[in-house]
Design a protein around this ligand. Structure first.
Ligand SMILES: Cc1ncc(COP(=O)(O)O)c(C=O)c1O
Length: 508
């Protein structure tokens, strides 16, 4: 925008009459930049508005309006009879903008981060995030298409029509009472957990709960057992608190507690997904549950149980939650509505052991959580009136159908290339690739065909024993799942033609 140095710079401000940004704003921004960057010094006299208007081909009104904004900001001083001057305040010592990265010889400035964040940024889970519109086989997406939107909209509208004091003020720091009571009731009847509302804290999603837990309970460098492969969002939240994640392998019985002990007998926290291991889908066996509780007790560690999709079982009835068999008081149970309702709600909760209630209450009061009270009240009613239970039951049937469609179509079109494993619960499962087929090559080829599969390695902190792909089946209806499987078969075929792998249809 600026071409020449000194006062004459003013006449070089480029105005684009075709741009959507108003001409006055362009002039104002150009003048402001010249003043703040020091290109025109404080105290310098500005040309008369008439002169500037003529030089720039603008109306005088436009120039006066731009000057008026800068006068209001204190950047221009108007002296009666003498004209307009750049404010002398700009000559005071003040921080100058950092040098442009390409200016000769100067290295770009590296922002100074906290110790925890310096540790975390290089270790955060993979980017970019997966696309978030429903397409086969994105993980983590519930069925938007089956959500009772009209009923939901009515309920939400009702809760925005309450008194203004109720809807608009800061809510209860630990979360809306009615919602905490409704969640406690739901956990008692459906997840086998005896609990009270005052042990529950509402948060803006499970990831916020993990971050809050980490910041309350961990010092930077504390060791945290973490399932490998494991949940990406939880990994990032704990890393951001400076956690030193200890990858603990997972097998068909879930977290291998023995391996955890061999790697780090002393640890501060363990993160687990006992009902449906993320991403492999295994259930933590009862033996391992007890072994984990014992290991935590001996280490004086906390356990975070992430029960993110445990409501959606459609095979045999699952084991009850880890929290429900905990007699040590070490388990912090985290729930989310991202799967059971939808992720944009940004609503989750923590159920904390009695010993931690007071500290979390203090923290909640210090940093009030951000879920609108009306939304919390609406969800409370959705649960209380039985709509949530009905929705979960209906979704179980829908996810079971989608799972069946995936297994059936994969059996027909992917045999010999990708063995899609049946699962008893959740919204995703894994597929094992034939030897010679690379996870990343298949994922990339699928993505070119607008089908999303995630390599298991995406979820791993260190190479895991299990290779393959994670396939979400919750987000799209059976016809799209079948079409997606056919597309995936074509993508795998493309990769197989360039790799040492049997073509689709041949047994491995
Ligand atoms: C393992 C796991 N836990 C929890 C969540 C939910 O996180 P949030 O409640 O922050 O949306 C997800 C979402 O994908 C997940 O995969």
């Amino acid at each position: 925008m600026v071409k020449r140095a000194g006062g004459a710079l003013l006449f070089s401000i480029e105005i684009d009459h075709a741009a959507p940004r108003p001409v006055t704003t362009q002039l104002y921004a150009g003048l402001r930049e010249l003043m703040l960057s020091g290109a025109i010094a404080g105290g310098e006299r500005l040309p008369a508005t008439r002169t500037l208007a003529a030089e720039l081909g603008l109306s005088r009104t436009t120039v006066i309006q731009a000057f008026d904004r800068l006068i209001a900001e204190g950047l221009i001083e108007s002296r009666v009879g003498a004209g307009s001057f750049v404010s002398t305040a700009l000559n005071a010592d003040r921080p100058l903008p950092p040098p442009a990265p390409d200016s000769a010889g100067s290295a770009p400035r590296v922002p100074r981060l906290s110790r925890a964040m310096r540790w975390a940024v290089d270790r955060f889970g993979p980017r970019p995030r997966l696309p978030h519109q429903p397409r086969p086989f994105i993980t983590a997406l519930p069925a938007y298409d089956a959500f009772p939107m009209a009923q939901w909209a009515r309920l939400m509208a009702k809760h925005w029509r309450v008194s203004r004091d109720e809807a608009m003020g800061y809510g209860e720091p630990s979360g809306h009472g009615a919602l905490r009571r409704a969640i406690a009731g739901h956990l008692r009847s459906n997840r086998g957990i005896g609990c009270e509302a005052d042990e529950i804290f509402i948060v803006g999603g499970a990831q916020q709960a993990f971050h809050l837990i980490g910041s309350v309970l961990l010092d930077p460098g504390d060791r945290v057992w973490f399932e490998n492969p494991g949940a990406i969002g939880a990994r990032n939240s704990l890393l951001a608190c400076g956690a030193d994640l200890v990858p603990v392998p997972v097998d068909r019985d879930g977290l291998r507690v023995e391996d955890g002990l061999a790697r780090a007998r002393q640890f501060r926290l363990a993160f687990v997904t006992p009902s449906h291991q993320q991403p492999l889908g295994h259930v933590l066996s009862l033996e391992r549950r007890f072994a984990l509780l014992q290991a935590a007790e001996q280490a004086g560690a906390w356990i975070v149980e992430d029960d993110y999709d445990g409501e959606f079982f459609f095979g045999r009835r699952p084991l009850p939650t880890l929290k429900s068999v905990d007699r040590t008081g070490l388990v912090i149970y985290v729930g989310t509505f991202s799967k059971s309702l939808f992720p944009a709600l940004r609503l989750g909760f923590m159920l904390v052991p009695g010993e931690l209630v007071e500290v979390f209450r203090t923290v909640a009061a210090a940093f009030v959580q951000g879920v609108p009270t009306s939304v919390q009240a609406g969800v409370a009613e959705f649960i209380e009136e039985g709509h949530f239970a009905t929705h979960i039951r209906r979704m179980r049937r829908i996810y079971q159908e989608r799972h069946a469609a995936l297994i059936e179509a994969a059996g027909r079109h992917l045999a010999g290339a990708l063995e899609v494993m049946p699962t008893d619960s959740g919204l995703h499962t894994i597929g094992r690739l034939a030897p010679g087929l690379s996870e990343t090559a298949v994922a990339a080829a699928a993505d070119r065909h607008r089908v999303t599969v995630s390599p298991i390695a995406r979820f791993s902190i260190e190479p895991a024993a299990e290779r393959g792909l994670v396939l979400g089946f919750g987000g799209v209806a059976p016809p799209a799942i079948r079409a997606g499987v056919e597309t995936l078969a074509r993508a795998i075929d493309e990769v197989a033609r360039h790799a040492d792998a049997p073509p689709i249809g041949m047994a491995v």
